[in-house]
Design a protein around this ligand. Structure first.
Ligand code: C2E
Ligand code: MG
Ligand code: MG
Ligand code: MG
Length: 283
């Protein structure tokens, strides 16, 4: 009887495992052709100045919609792309799309907007990534100050010396560098000293309860003063409520990004937002 149950259990387990593996295989197969079939799009989430309310820039967030799988979250497909060696091609597609879009906004007279692109650790570890960034900026004639990159602590953990060299080269040409999800990884304050970081992004997990949890409030305040003491700016991520905005403003946070102001937008609605901003400035 026990053996029977054991066998049933085993059968159930392998069946589930099988279907998971099939799902991963299907996703991997679809992912391989996704660039050619033009299934990716970059969305843009506004980053706002907390003091003036001005739109300062955007974070580029990749979206994938596939005819078989539907919309797949980046949390799933980015990890898979890293695992299957597809992240460099996908990451380069993102950088190129963003630079083409910045060029288009510039040509439409919508000013120069700063866009931050997420770089994965696997992509970052490749010697070709920094030269690719330089080449794509040149190709679209974009001032490096219009581009930022977002890294996380784990992005640079694999080979910190190499990361310092690559980031220093990007910073030297004028590309901004943000440390994403700050406080959630294997944070080492030493990184803040070694890496040429311009912006610390306070992770959403600390912002969520910043008005109700005294420890999250203390963490947020400390990150803000730490960043300012190191001459860095601070962006709060995942801001959803008026109360969070008030708290962050009161404690000197520089910028915010979150559903309170806007979800990530496709290029067309983001362009409309830039037009509004321009007409407000003219009025
Ligand atoms: P991230 O870089 O930390 O991006 C912030 C995530 O928080 C985004 O999720 C964004 O849509 C979400 N978010 C922003 N404001 C709010 C809010 O107020 N409430 C809530 N609940 N969520 C908010 P998304 O777009 O699903 O991206 C998830 C992660 O996938 C990103 O985290 C980033 O690590 C990665 N990712 C996205 N695009 C790319 C890319 O082009 N390349 C690489 N390497 N990674 C990317
Ligand atoms: Mg990010
Ligand atoms: Mg983040
Ligand atoms: Mg994140």
């Amino acid at each position: 009887r026990a053996k029977e149950m054991g066998r049933d259990h085993y059968a159930f387990f392998t069946e589930r495992m099988g279907s998971d593996i099939r799902a991963r295989l299907a996703m991997q197969q679809q992912l391989r052709g996704a660039i050619c079939r033009d299934e990716f799009a970059v969305h843009y989430q506004p980053q706002m100045c907390l003091r003036t309310g001005a739109l300062l820039g955007a974070e580029a967030l990749l979206r994938w919609e596939n005819p078989v799988l539907g919309k797949v979250s980046p949390g799933l497909f980015i990890a898979l792309a890293e695992e299957y060696g597809l992240i460099t091609a996908i990451g380069e597609w993102v950088l190129e799309s963003v630079c083409a879009q910045i060029r288009a906004w510039h040509d439409a007279g919508l000013g120069s907007i700063k866009v931050a692109v997420n770089l994965s650790g696997k992509q970052f570890a490749q010697d070709r990534t920094v030269p690719f960034v330089e080449a794509v900026l040149r190709k679209y004639g974009i001032a490096p100050a219009c581009l930022g990159i977002e890294i996380t602590e784990s992005t640079v953990m694999g080979d910190p010396d190499k990361a310092v060299a690559a980031l220093t080269r990007l910073k030297d040409i004028g590309v901004g560098i943000s440390l994403d999800d700050f406080g959630t990884g294997y944070s080492s304050l030493g990184y803040l000293k070694r890496f040429p970081i311009d912006v610390l992004k306070i992770d959403k997990s600390f912002v969520d309860d910043v008005t109700t949890s005294s420890s999250d409030a203390a963490i947020a305040r400390s990150v803000i003063s730490l960043a300012h003491n190191l001459d860095m700016r601070v962006i709060a991520e995942g801001v959803e409520t008026r109360e969070q905005v008030d708290f962050l403003t009161e404690h000197g946070c520089d910028e915010m990004q979150g559903y309170y102001f806007s979800r990530p937008l496709a290029a067309a609605p983001f362009t409309a937002l830039l037009r509004e901003r321009r007409s407000l400035a003219v009025a």
